[in-house]
Design a protein around this ligand. Structure first.
Ligand SMILES: Nc1ncnc2c1ncn2[C@@H]1O[C@H](COP(=O)(O)OP(=O)(O)OP(=O)(O)O)[C@@H](O)[C@H]1O
Length: 684
């Protein structure tokens, strides 16, 4: 808003009104960044698909340039390759990519580039159980490091929230934010370390027109701060379209337009494609790209030299002779259209001579010098100063240029651990439902098997009780992890890609975060059932019983982590219980070890349930336990040693059971980490 100042001149009695134009909101802590221009040349992306491994070209030798200080839109019909191009430019996709990407004229060093850029994905990947301010605090702690004081971090948060219009929602839980507010929060979180390059995948998807406008205005103001802002967009309204500085349009994996948004309509006019009055130029270009006005894609690709030309205001359009010299063979080869080459050749000539010259007011002299110099430097491989540009940027711009992350791994671990503990406290299902289930089932089992522990006539029922403990502890800790862990993955993928923390720190934090809660629930459950069922009230037996139960729940939780890391919730919820069946069958409760066929005995060694069951049976009946009470004429299992003999556990060792459970625990935790790393890589 403009401000009005009234100066009352007492002598003359005249009132002078001074209008001071409003100052754009600035982010004082976000200084202007050194400009970073990205150029890509002959970018090809190929995937193999089907059983015959046929290759499919998704990007076909596209070139282009994205400048700092500009808001660039990557546009195109559905399936044109927008997201693919964005994923390649961000470094999210690397395999199957050919071609060159340069930063300020030097070959891109991906590791350094990722420190300069951030990628805000389409779905706002936010943790639901944090308030806006808490989410910002986590982001500042992880991204700004310990060199910056708490006060400064607080200032950063306040300033960004103020600028992005989130100040009044700072105490709102992210799950309660509107779509537009979530989008702004996603931007706010990444703005914390002021990256000079920001990529956005469909930032306006799911927003109403007003929120779209706000969102694009925000991106525009970020670009005005010297940043390179690139976003994919489906089909912007005319109002939004005007706000973009630069447009890069793809169709069928090729570039059909690159240049200023203002020059789009005149440029299309030169090719005989007249955008009707009052028609949204963006929609018109999409319609042309979809073939609604005939097969114009090849004409456009040739005219723009598949992205090698850049149409800019005040600069001439591509020269006809340059168009003739276009390396069409290369384009056609890459786009699997070589058979039509002769036809295209004719077509481009006719376009050049007829249409392009008709456009008045343009002298067809030279193509954009800058982009040609850029592209020729890429082609000649003049990369002696490779990485210098990004090096300088990192030295000038980012707090700790030498490190991969802004904070140490220990600090990352600590911050993620604190955040996870905060979620856990707020997560009703994870905490209170689990607590309630352990107490309720504890009392239920206690009542069902009430006072049987010292009764020689009820030993078989007591063994059933021991087995049920294993079953209950296994399923509660396994299923909760299978259900909750995969939901964390999208946020992990985003935060890890944007260099908030290493996978190792994250994994260690989430691995340790749930252990105390699981331990408390298990102690409560075991305490209730042990006392109510009248198991021997000796401290060392209770300790042994509890440690076997605790280890079973930790191991089952690890199984949940492996399954959660390796597959999605639907598959995991079905497969994990099914996969547990052999372990239950070979636990020693249903069939004693001697009765198992030799060729199947190896399964018992893998069955963690067996070690847990054996451990609790030894704690209950081993170690010279005195004879049980018998209120009937004959009690076969009066002597605890008889029970152990029947279970084939006479020579069993409790310490071995514990060691086996600890080994299985570590093997599973390491496997879960390996699966998680594989999942992060394969998701790209
Ligand atoms: N891994 C893959 N295997 C096979 N085809 C793929 C693969 N990845 C992408 N594609 C194909 O590449 C094309 C471009 O996909 P991309 O997601 O980049 O399109 P888009 O322009 O972003 O589309 P939309 O606007 O609908 O999101 C599509 O036809 C898609 O089916």
């Amino acid at each position: 808003m403009n401000s009005f100042v009234l100066n009352n001149n007492k002598k003359s009695g005249a009132v002078k009104v001074m209008i001071t134009p409003c100052q754009p909101k600035t982010l004082s802590h976000l200084p202007k960044r050194p400009p970073v221009d990205i150029a890509f040349s002959d970018l090809m992306y190929t995937v193999t698909e089907g059983t015959k491994n046929t290759s499919k070209n998704i990007l076909k030798s596209v070139s282009g340039r994205l400048r700092s200080g500009e808001l660039t839109a990557i546009m195109g019909p559905s399936g044109a390759g927008k997201s693919t191009l964005l994923n390649i430019l961000t470094g999210y996709k690397c395999s199957g990519v050919k071609g060159s990407i340069t930063i300020n004229g030097h070959e891109r060093n991906l590791s350094q580039f990722r420190k300069l850029s951030c990628y805000i994905m389409q779905d706002n990947q936010l943790h639901a159980n944090l308030s806006v301010e808490e989410a910002m605090q986590v982001a500042t702690s992880l991204k700004l490091g310990s060199d910056i004081s708490k006060d400064s971090k607080y200032q950063v948060i306040q300033e960004i929230l103020e600028t992005l219009g989130l100040q009044e929602h700072r105490r709102t839980m992210t799950s309660n934010l509107s779509g537009g507010q979530k989008k702004r929060l996603s931007i706010a979180l990444e703005l914390v370390n002021n990256p000079p390059i920001m990529f956005f995948d469909e930032p306006t998807s799911g927003l109403d027109s007003s929120s779209c406008f706000q969102c694009i205005s925000l991106l525009k103001s970020l670009s005005r701060g010297g940043r390179t802002i690139i976003c994919t967009i489906h089909q912007p309204s005319a109002r939004l379209f005007e706000m973009f500085d630069h447009l890069y349009t793809l169709a069928e994996g090729q570039c059909v337009y690159q240049g200023s948004t203002k020059q789009l309509v005149p440029f299309l006019g030169t090719l005989g494609l007249e955008c009707p009055s009052y028609h949204n130029p963006a929609s018109y270009l999409i319609e042309v790209s979809c073939g609604e006005y005939g097969d114009n894609v090849r004409k456009l690709v040739t005219a723009i030299n598949n992205g090698k030309y850049d149409i800019q205001v005040g600069k001439p359009f591509p020269q006809p002779e340059n168009l003739n010299n276009v390396n069409q063979k290369e384009i056609m080869k890459s786009s699997n259209l070589s058979s039509n080459f002769i036809e295209i050749d004719k077509l481009s000539k006719s376009v050049d001579s007829d249409s392009l010259l008709q456009y008045s007011g343009n002298t067809f002299s030279k193509p954009d010098d800058a982009i040609n110099t850029e592209l020729s430097s890429i082609k000649t491989g003049n990369l002696n100063n490779a990485d210098e540009a990004t090096d300088t940027l990192l030295k000038n711009g980012l707090p700790s240029s030498q490190q991969r992350y802004a904070t140490s791994e220990f600090a990352q671990f600590w911050i993620v651990l604190s955040r996870t503990l905060l979620f856990s406290r707020r997560d009703w299902t994870l905490m209170y439902l689990r607590l309630f289930a352990h107490i309720l089932v504890g009392f239920l089992i206690g009542s069902l098997y009430y006072d049987i522990g010292n009764d020689g006539a009820k030993v078989l029922s007591n063994l059933g009780f021991l087995f049920f403990n294993m079953l209950f502890l296994m399923y509660t800790s396994m299923t909760i992890t299978i259900l909750s862990f995969p939901l964390e993955l999208p946020v992990l993928i985003k935060e890890n890609f944007n260099r908030w923390y290493s996978l190792r720190s994250y994994y260690l934090a989430i691995t340790l975060s749930d252990i105390p809660f699981q331990a408390i629930f298990c102690v409560m459950y075991v305490g209730i059932v042990y006392y109510m069922t009248s198991q021997p009230l000796e401290m060392f037996r209770f300790g042994m019983f509890l440690s076997a139960c605790l280890l079973i729940s930790f191991v089952a939780q690890s199984v949940g982590l492996v399954v959660g890391a390796a597959m999605n919730v639907q598959n995991g919820v079905f497969l994990a219980p099914v996969m547990s069946v052999p372990f239950l069958l070979f636990s020693g409760f249903f069939v004693s070890f001697d009765a198992i066929p030799i060729y199947l005995r190896w399964i018992t060694y893998l069955s963690y349930i067996r070690y847990g069951f054996e451990g609790t049976a030894l704690a209950t009946y081993g170690y010279n336990r005195t004879i049980l009470q018998c209120h009937q004429i004959y009690c076969h299992f009066k002597k605890p040693s008889t029970t152990l003999r029947e279970l084939d556990m006479t020579d069993a060792s409790f310490s071995l059971d514990i060691v086996a459970l600890i080994i299985i625990f570590f093997v599973l935790r390491i496997s879960a980490f390996i699966f998680l790393r594989w999942k992060l890589k394969s998701s790209r």
